[in-house]
Structure formats: structure tokens, C-alpha cells
Write a protein that binds this ligand. Structure first.
Ligand SMILES: [Zn+2]
Length: 268
């Protein structure tokens, strides 16, 4: 049965206030759907205590990452040591999300580039992979990742919206590509063609919940169980069975984030 194949939401925001009323139920639904884990991201100093509390409440099930988001210009800048130390806490599996955003923020953006480089150096110190947010800035983000040798730590371009050429460059540079609910949107045929062209061994699935709910939940609050819909869309785009996509993307996520979980994949 499909439900027996585990899948992992590699990027959600369970600390978001959108989940304050029913967070435990959302996580119960994940378990009921057969999800063995999820990676939840804190994007500011404010969210970090809440993330730590959540990781303590769900050890071995929820895993975390923290970095100040590139959309936040007026934020305290943590130094490399502090970021690396935080990424090494129990349950923390990555540094991010970090990167460049030329959509919400306009030049001069040297503060964004500096923060990004600091996050990359911290990830290498902590030997943890990077979760990259790049909006209207994919090519430059990749240049910085290459210049800082980010592949030594590992990196994933999350919520990928770039071109096939950029996706190929990411793969060639040793990176992973992750898709979220927008892959299912009606107008996104071009993005599905990009997904079809990326080797399955370099793909991961995510929701970015509470944002970006896939069709048919578009416009509603998203939650981690909907990441399965992204795998279904990748399967359609590639002409593969969804089971194959679930198996490989789950394996990719476990290896990329080095998740200390045992997977009971039934061979049905
Ligand atoms: Zn996000």
C-alpha cells in the first residue's frame, strides 16, 4: 500500500503561529500518514526558543535548522561560532534557511551577501548541510556557494523556482534541489519540466508549511502531510511510480540531513 512508504517533509515551519492552535494534531497526522520525520526551520532569533522546545518535545522525530532569513535586513547578526554551536545542538541537522532574496529586498544588499557567506562558513565549521533560499537570485547564490566551497557541507536549493539550466548547475555543483507545493500549481508546467529533468537522486520534497499549500489545498494553510502531493507531482512529471519517488526522496533526505532514524520500508 502507498501509505506504507515513508516520506519526509524536508522544509516546514512548525514554529509558525499558524500552528499554535493545533500543532500536536498536525504532528499526529504526520505519524498517522507514516512520516518518520520532518525538518522544521526557524528564521529569526525570536523563533529559536520555540524551535528548541519543539525538538525537545519530539526527539528523534522533528529535526531543526536555524539561520536568520535573507528577507530580514534589520536583525542581529550572530557570528560564525554561535551559528555553528547552535547547528550542533541535539536535533539540529542543518544551517538555514539562508541565501539571497532579490525579490523582497533591493540593492544595496551587501549585508545579505555577507550574512550568506557567514552562514556557509558556519555550516562548514559545524559539518552540517545548508538549506538555501534563493529568490530571483539563483545564479548569484550558486556563485557564492561555489566560491565558499559549500558543497563540502552539502546544500539544497529549497522551494526551487529557477530554470532547468540553473538546476543543472546546482546538480553539477554537488547540490540538491527541493520542490514545494507550487510545483502542483496549474500554471507551473515549466517548473514540472525542470523537475522531470533533475536526477531523482538529487531531489527532495517539502511543503514550506504553513505556506505554499499544493493543489487541491492551494490558498489554505499547508501542513507536512501535504509533502506527499509534491512527490506525486514529481512522479507524474517523470513518468514514474509515486512509490519510486517516495523511496528515493526519503533516502536522499535521510542521507543529506544524516537523520538518525530507522526506516521501516515495507516491500509491498
Ligand atoms: Zn521556508
Amino acid at each position: 500500500m502507498n501509505a506504507a512508504i515513508p516520506f519526509i517533509d524536508t522544509h516546514c515551519h512548525l514554529t509558525d503561529k499558524a500552528f499554535d492552535a493545533d500543532r500536536a494534531e498536525v504532528i499526529d497526522r504526520m505519524r498517522a500518514a507514516g512520516m518518520p520525520a520532518a525538518v522544521t526551520i526557524a528564521c529569526s532569533d525570536d523563533e529559536l526558543p520555540k524551535l528548541r522546545e519543539l525538538l525537545r518535545a519530539y526527539p528523534g522525530y522533528l529535526f531543526g535548522a536555524w539561520a536568520v532569513h535573507p528577507e530580514y535586513p534589520d536583525h542581529r547578526e550572530a557570528d560564525e561560532d554561535e551559528i555553528a554551536r547552535c547547528a550542533s545542538e541535539p536535533g539540529m541537522v542543518a544551517v538555514g534557511e539562508t541565501g539571497l532574496d532579490f525579490y523582497w529586498c533591493k540593492e544595496p544588499l551587501d549585508w545579505q551577501r555577507e550574512r550568506f557567506r557567514r552562514h556557509i562558513r558556519a555550516a562548514k565549521m559545524a559539518e552540517k548541510p545548508l538549506i538555501i533560499h534563493a529568490r530571483d537570485a539563483e545564479a548569484e547564490a550558486l556563485e557564492i556557494l561555489k566560491a565558499e566551497k559549500a558543497a563540502e557541507a552539502g546544500f539544497v536549493m529549497h522551494c526551487f523556482c529557477g530554470t532547468a539550466a540553473t538546476a543543472r548547475d546546482v546538480v553539477d555543483a554537488g547540490g540538491f534541489v527541493s520542490f514545494t507545493g507550487n510545483l502542483t500549481f496549474k500554471r507551473n508546467d515549466a517548473l514540472r519540466a525542470v523537475a522531470a529533468a533533475i536526477p531523482l537522486e538529487r531531489l527532495m520534497i517539502e511543503t514550506d508549511a504553513p505556506y505554499m499549500a499544493p493543489v487541491p489545498w492551494r490558498g489554505k494553510r499547508s501542513e507536512p502531510i501535504h509533502s506527499r502531493r509534491v512527490a506525486e507531482t514529481i512522479a507524474e512529471a517523470k513518468g514514474l511510480e509515486v512509490e519510486a519517488v517516495l523511496r528515493q526522496t526519503t533516502e536522499n533526505a535521510v542521507q543529506f540531513f544524516r537523520l538518525p532514524i530507522g526506516l521501516a520500508v515495507s516491500n509491498d
